[in-house]
Design a protein around this ligand. Structure first.
Ligand code: SAM
Length: 240
């Protein structure tokens, strides 16, 4: 079976959304991956299809009900028993390329999208949901976060992207940010494409790109830079 994203949401009409276009959309149409968006409201059993209620202890907003969410999760798990179940949440561990790669190697993922103040803690604990954040900012709902996560995974599925090299060189596949890109014209608004890139000298181009990647990483992401230095160890010296 192809890699499957099973999304639990109050807004199933938001899917596939942007993932229905371009690379991901073509791959979806070609059956390289599958998307199921289930409406959480369909798992509400009361007459008013209630999915949320006021917070215990008071305070603003609403909280998604544990029984409704649990039924939605259980149904998704029945369809995708070996997939991890993730709750998109600003409190979660920040998503990174390593986790994305691991997810791409599995059978798929179950994604719970929160709304309002989030979901009752007991269903997070009771169903062993792993909380995953897409960054230190607060969205109004988990849906855009789910779209980001799925997009990042889908482009790693074999056959989705064109050239394999595009994947091998880019940011975060190694430990460095990517080097700058240029295309024609060679001069634009008085700005030149760096000479070395026009030299046709592949060895020099490769070392220029590496130097640039190292410089950008050192300047912008001290966290990645220290990890890079540590991993280099006794091997090749970075140009410092
Ligand atoms: N009250 C929550 C808090 O302060 O942590 C924020 C809830 S937010 C308004 C509603 C939903 O958006 C969350 O349940 C979660 O599913 C999603 N969400 C918001 N920010 C997110 C982020 N950075 N990463 C992943 N999901 C996020």
């Amino acid at each position: 079976a192809p890699w499957t994203a099973s999304v639990l949401t109050l807004f199933p009409e938001m899917f596939p959304g942007p993932l229905g276009h371009s690379l991901a959309g073509r791959a979806l149409a070609n059956g390289l991956w599958r998307l199921e968006a289930s409406d959480i409201r369909g798992f509400a059993t009361d007459r008013h299809h209630m999915v949320d209620d006021t917070p215990a202890g008071g305070g603003p907003g609403m909280v998604m009900k544990p029984d409704v969410i649990a039924r939605a999760i259980d149904a998704a798990k029945a369809g995708l028993p070996a997939a991890p179940a993730l709750y998109l949440s600003p409190r979660g561990r920040p998503l990174d390329q390593e986790r994305v790669r691991a997810l791409a190697e599995g059978p798929g993922v179950i994604l719970l999208c929160g709304r309002f103040e989030g979901v009752d803690q007991r269903v997070i604990d009771g169903r062993g949901l792993e909380e995953v954040s897409i960054g230190d900012f607060v969205l109004s709902g988990g849906e855009p976060a789910a779209l980001c996560l799925i997009d990042a995974v889908v482009r790693l599925i074999p056959g989705v992207m064109g050239a394999a090299e595009t994947l091998a060189e880019e940011s975060f596949t190694g430990d460095l940010l990517e080097y700058p890109h240029y295309t024609r014209p060679t001069e634009w608004e008085g700005r030149q494409v760096p000479d070395v890139l026009l030299s046709g000298h592949h060895g020099r181009i490769r070392s220029w790109r590496r130097e640039q990647a190292e410089r950008l990483t050192r300047e912008r992401r001290p966290d990645l830079w220290s990890r890079y230095l540590a991993r280099q160890g006794g091997g090749m010296r970075p140009t410092d």
